[in-house]
Write a protein that binds this ligand. Structure first.
Ligand SMILES: NCc1[nH]cc(CCC(=O)O)c1CC(=O)O
Ligand SMILES: [Mg+2]
Length: 326
């Protein structure tokens, strides 16, 4: 055959393929979520997340030092609270001596350059396991009251030294409220990574095991988005940009690559994607069964999320990926 174009020429060797690769993962792409528990010397393996641990703060600090050495530059903190401090106001979330606040300052003391991001939502603090304050009579999650509580939570994270607050609650108007509060309280350099398009997803199951934070009644569908919707994600995201978000996020990732791409095309600020706990669990399970190759699956998954348009990826595989990228 005489062919004018032979597409296979640029696929002929590993070297050529690497020269023409459009998407290249680097350690700078990753944010590693970290689960922190009270106590000492704890390293608890999360049953639905094999190979992933919840650490006490002493072990967390050791881990963060290791992460920095490996080239991981950002961590996203989550805490598991004792049932005793959970209520329907979320007030433990702005306790100056709370586990989150102590964790932020311990990590910033140990590794000042590490970019510390913190989850902002009431679920670990809520006796009902919901992201906001519950109206007991109706079971509805109150929007404006929740934003007030989360504003206090955000300020206390900023005060403890957080670089970015990362609201995952999906209340309306919270980004504008947080930005204003940060400005007014001399935290104008604290950033906001907004979970802008966060879907009500069954992929969060293992995470709720990790923090013992499953909703006590109902589900999160009155605040998290319906996975049937695409245009709504753009609406949510543009509002957060308008209100002052520094980074927007799509969550989950792999079943939402279309949303990541649409969001990427719609905004001119960095886009992150959260490769969530259930996505981790699926990969681990398939690998354990011997049905899929774990290492290849990790790299293909993360590359596809970046190719879809994610500038940053929050992933439980950050360490594995950095090692694989060598
Ligand atoms: N607001 C809490 C929160 N922040 C991040 C996740 C999920 C992360 C994961 O599954 O890895 C959740 C769970 C939820 O919304 O129920
Ligand atoms: Mg919104």
């Amino acid at each position: 055959m005489f062919l004018q174009r032979r597409n296979r020429i640029t696929r002929r060797s590993a070297a050529i393929r690497s020269l023409v690769a459009e998407t290249v993962l680097t350690p700078n792409d990753f944010i590693l979520p970290i689960f922190i528990d009270e106590g000492e010397n704890i390293k608890y393996e999360i049953p639905s997340m094999p190979g992933y641990f919840r650490y006490s703060l002493d072990n967390t600090v050791k881990e963060v030092k290791e992460l920095w050495k490996m080239g991981i530059k950002s961590v996203l903190l989550f805490v598991k609270c004792d049932d005793k401090v959970k209520d329907n106001t979320g007030k433990e979330s702005w306790n100056k001596n709370g586990l989150m606040q102590r964790s932020i300052s311990a990590i910033k003391d140990a590794v000042p350059e590490m970019v510390v991001m913190t989850d902002v939502a009431l679920d670990p603090y809520s006796e009902y396991g919901h992201d906001g304050i519950v109206d007991i009579a109706s079971g509805y999650i109150l929007n404006d009251e929740t934003v007030d509580a989360l504003t206090l939570m955000s300020l206390s994270h900023a005060e403890a030294g957080a670089d970015f607050i990362a609201p995952s609650d999906m209340m309306d108007g919270r980004i504008g409220a947080f930005r204003k509060a940060l400005e007014e309280n001399n935290f104008s350099n604290v950033g906001i990574m907004s979970y802008s398009a966060k879907y009500a997803s069954c992929f969060y199951g293992p995470f709720r095991d990790a923090l013992d934070s499953a909703p006590g009644f109902g589900d999160k569908k009155t605040y998290q988005m319906n996975y049937a919707n695409r245009i709504e994600a753009i609406n949510e995201t543009l509002q957060d940009v308008e209100q002052g978000a520094d980074i927007v996020m799509v969550k989950p990732a792999m079943a939402y690559l279309d949303i990541i791409r649409e969001v990427k095309n719609a905004v001119t600020i960095p886009v992150s994607a959260y490769h969530v706990s259930g996505e981790y669990a699926m990969i681990k399970a398939a690998a354990k069964m011997g049905w899929l190759d774990e290492d290849k699956l990790i790299l293909e998954s993360l590359t596809s999320i970046k190719r879809a348009g994610a500038d940053l990826i929050a992933t439980y595989f950050a360490k594995d990926a950095v090692k694989l990228l060598g």
